[in-house]
Design a protein around this ligand. Structure first.
Ligand code: DHB
Length: 512
């Protein structure tokens, strides 16, 4: 070894020893560095300070993703109020852009105008990009809507949007760096960063409200369910997260793709018997043709469907009157009635807002009241999108099998069923990691902080996961004395942020 090299190694050692002594020293938010941005929404201009690309861990694995954008209304630096909030009381809205369990960059105030969430298969193509072959132009696939970040700022919230690692990420050596639980660990580290910096920035870090859609909605539910859970501690330590709590105040989740190890059975409990499917999602071909399940797939559907009652019954969930929710062997029972009641409530809300329900013959209306639902006809109407097993694909082709890979294995099974019935040579994910990706395992567990306020929206036309997933989650929370506002907005497909005014009203309601 040359002398100079030796010197460098000694220096490096010295500096990393220093860093190890005080690993979170570099996690102080430098408030002297920012850009002023003028943003326009609804004809109104607002001024904000933008603190962009701030690394939220002191020992990053991926410097492109483990960073956060923080936007703060300028008013809070001038002792002014916005929407009744002050620099001390403003909630911190915490939207993630995670989609498809992919890596996600932090949201900005200038994201593409078609919504902030990238599609399932990866990053949103830039406006100038041609759509992948066979796909319609972006404009037709994603409706225009106001930018969530800008709308939240106009409402007086501080906005902090974290990036996070995801299932396809690799380091220079070709090792995977974003497999479970990397994404949720990153988001927790970002929460810790905000708490660590609470005193130096406007916004109340005790009022963090997470927001996300689909896989991002799942992340949002995990943040709310696993506050300060010790399971994540070694992972947070490894990336040099700030020493602070990672419990959050409130959860907003749209169509969370969660409870993955039970999602296959929940999907078949809902869709078994529907043997035609049409691939969907933002990157599905517009002219995707309906296809038929094979005989083998139909057998898989039936085998999964009968597993669901045992899982549901084991949860010992209770309805609002304290009656235990259950299903018999054929999948019928008061839990199914509960699911139907959520669909009926959705239809009633639509009816009350003037929607003509006569085009939905499966809804029974009498004297302006929704009095019943032909559930089987409703399920047929929304239709099947995925082949069984919907999440732990037997040939490891699904995004979730890639989420559960390791540093060196891209895809793994994560259910006993798919392991036993795999059509390829495959390994299985570690039980502890599967647990750490599922909020259901942490709710009501002592020593874990659960958010007090939850708002879950799962469109009544969503077929990316079963309705039971959001309903079981909400019921488990309610059974643990948590306030949950769950609704299945009428006719909404798999999507999010479509009702920002209502979302913000809910936030104001819990924060003021
Ligand atoms: C998403 C959608 C899916 O159908 C899925 O299986 C996982 C993630 C998403 O849109 O994020």
């Amino acid at each position: 070894m040359k002398k100079t090299t030796l010197l460098c190694v000694v220096c490096l050692g010295f500096f990393s020893a220093l860093k190890a002594q005080n690993p979170t020293e570099n996690l102080k938010l430098d408030t002297s560095k920012f850009q002023v941005q003028e943003l326009t929404i609804d004809g109104k201009t607002i001024k904000v300070r933008a603190f962009e690309n701030r690394m939220y861990v002191s020992n990053p694995v991926d410097t492109a993703y483990q960073k956060m954008n923080i936007y703060i209304p300028e008013a809070y630096f001038n002792n002014q109020t916005v929407n009744g909030y002050t620099a001390q009381t403003a909630p911190i809205f915490f939207p993630n852009k995670v989609g498809g369990y992919m890596p996600a960059k932090p949201a900005t105030t200038k994201d593409n105008p078609m919504g902030m969430r990238p599609p399932i298969n990866g990053e949103m193509p830039t406006m100038g990009n041609r759509p992948p072959e066979g796909l319609p132009p972006m404009r037709e696939r994603m409706p225009s809507k106001p930018l969530t970040v800008v709308a939240a700022l106009a409402r007086g919230y501080v906005v902090a949007s974290p990036g996070a690692r995801g299932r396809t990420l690799k380091d220079q050596n070709g090792n995977f760096t974003g497999k479970a639980p990397a994404g949720i660990v990153d988001l927790k580290a970002a929460v810790r960063y905000l708490k660590f910096n609470d005193a130096v920035m406007p916004g109340d870090a005790n009022k963090i409200i997470s927001n996300g859609t689909s896989a991002g909605g799942a992340m949002s539910t995990l943040l709310g369910a696993t506050g300060d859970a010790v399971d994540y501690e070694p992972f947070l330590k490894a990336i040099g997260a700030a020493k602070a709590s990672d419990a959050i105040f409130a959860v907003s989740a749209y169509c969370p793709i969660t409870n993955l190890e039970h999602a296959d059975m929940a999907y078949e409990w809902q869709f078994d018997g529907i043997n035609t499917y049409k691939k969907g999602g933002p990157f599905a071909k517009k002219d995707a043709q309906p296809q038929e399940l094979t005989t083998d797939q139909i057998k898989v559907s039936q085998a999964l469907k009968v597993l669901f009652p045992d899982y549901l019954n084991g949860l010992q969930l209770k309805d609002k009157k304290g009656v235990v929710l259950s299903l018999d062997k054929s999948g019928n029972g008061n839990f199914k009635t509960l699911v139907q009641s959520y669909v009926m409530a959705s239809a009633q809300k639509a009816l009350d807002s003037g929607v003509d329900l006569s085009e939905f013959p499966f809804v029974k209306v009498a004297q302006l009241k929704v009095v019943g639902i032909d559930y089987e006809a409703y399920v047929k109407f929304i239709g099947r999108q995925k082949t069984p097993p919907a999440f732990d694909a037997l040939d490891l082709s699904s995004p979730e099998t890639q989420l559960f890979g390791t540093a060196t294995i891209d895809n793994q099974h994560f259910t006993a069923f798919s392991k036993a019935n795999s059509t390829v040579t495959a390994t299985t994910a570690d039980d502890q990691l599967i647990k750490m990706m599922n909020p259901m395992h942490y709710i009501g567990v002592s020593g874990v902080a659960t958010s007090k306020h939850w708002r879950i929206r799962h469109g009544s036309n969503d077929k990316d996961t079963g309705l039971a997933i959001s309903i079981m989650l909400a019921t488990l929370l309610e059974n643990n004395n948590v306030q949950v506002d769950l609704a299945l907005p009428w006719q909404k497909p798999h999507s999010g942020d479509y009702d920002l005014d209502e979302l913000f009203q809910w936030i104001d309601g819990i924060c003021k």
